[in-house]
Design a protein around this ligand. Structure first.
Ligand code: KG4
Ligand code: ZN
Length: 307
């Protein structure tokens, strides 16, 4: 059968995501991309509570799967491969997704594959364009800030990663202090867009974001305008990223594929494009966690890349 339907299940944190990808003669098409966030459940705590996230995944997964199948008029037995997020993430949330996927696989005799969430964030860039090795992967998410080097699908290494907090984590923590809704990244971007004002923050000496957090907390205590702070924070974080990409990117013509929720930030994306001509970035909905990236990564790893 040339047509394949790949089910992607993503439960690494608090979003419950199911995606169904159709692959017809090696050409992928997104059939469904459902993403149900749990923001209202976690906002009172100012961050994700693993136990609440896991319980919510348990309740939601069967209904979301049924909705997804109905939306593209498929039955579970039509699915050719189940891909789920194996790692990294919140252990309890991952286990719920993994067990749900394994249950379906056993019951309906469907092949299954567990994939790396970060690799999936990067590879989703190649859904509609050829996968050309080697390339760099820049992962900027709520839990990770890392630069990878991909030689092939199976051969890749981490060149550098943050010494402490991830950028998304920094945004979320500062957002919590400013009493912005959780997660705060998109809200910080909106606030930043309302001003041109900048306050000079001290550039970290290494790839690290916790010092910036301390600087921001002090400025919030000193009653700085929140929009100015957000604008300045976005700017310095981007400068730091650009500096470290330049340090590791030896040749100009190698592409950088960006992934992760922070890549949805228009300012960061624009600045990266300005600094590096060879850059790929997914559409906004494929930057943040989603089931399609898991389905695509699972497809590439299970069936191989045949374009
Ligand atoms: O990749 P992702 O959906 O989940 C993880 O794997 O962590 O990334 C979530 C992170 C959160 O920290 C959120 O605040 C941040 O992405 N984020 C943004 C934007 N949209 C989401 N950060 C900056 N600007 C945005 N527009
Ligand atoms: Zn993610």
């Amino acid at each position: 059968m040339s047509k394949k339907f790949i089910l992607g299940i993503e439960t690494s944190c608090d979003d419950t995501c199911i995606g169904i990808l159709e692959i017809d003669h090696n050409i992928p098409k997104i059939l469904v991309n459902i993403k149900i966030n749990q923001n209202n459940l976690h906002t009172p705590y100012g961050g994700v509570v693993p136990e609440i996230a896991a319980r919510s995944h348990i309740h939601r997964l069967p209904f979301i799967l049924q909705d997804a199948l109905n939306m593209c008029d498929l039955k579970i037995k039509d699915i050719s491969l189940i891909a789920y997020t194996k790692t990294p993430g919140l252990l309890v949330s991952l286990l719920i997704g993994e067990n749900f996927a394994k249950g379906l696989s056993l019951q309906y005799n469907i092949p299954i594959i567990g994939v790396n969430h970060l690799k999936a964030h990067v590879l989703v860039n190649f859904l509609y364009q050829p996968l050309l090795f080697p390339f760099f992967g820049l992962i900027i998410s709520g839990g990770h800030t890392e630069i990878w080097y991909f030689n092939s699908l199976d051969s890749y290494k981490i060149l550098i990663k943050t010494a402490d907090d991830a950028i998304g984590e920094l945004f979320d923590k500062i957002g919590r202090i400013m009493e912005l809704p959780f997660p705060a990244g998109a809200e910080i971007e909106k606030l930043a867009q309302t001003t041109q004002e900048i306050i000079i923050l001290t550039m970290p000496k290494i790839l690290s974001f916790s010092g910036l957090k301390t600087q921001c907390i002090k400025l919030i205590d000193a009653k700085i305008c929140f929009a100015t702070l957000c604008n300045s924070l976005q700017k310095i974080v981007t400068e730091l990223l650009v500096k470290y990409i330049k340090l590791h990117k030896i040749t100009e013509d190698i592409y950088i594929a960006i992934g992760g929720g922070v890549a949805a930030n228009t300012y960061i994306k624009k600045e990266l494009i300005k600094n590096f001509t060879h850059i790929y970035c997914p559409t906004q909905e494929l930057c943040t966690d989603n089931g399609i990236m898991i389905a695509w990564c699972g497809y590439l790893e299970y069936f191989g890349y045949k374009f």
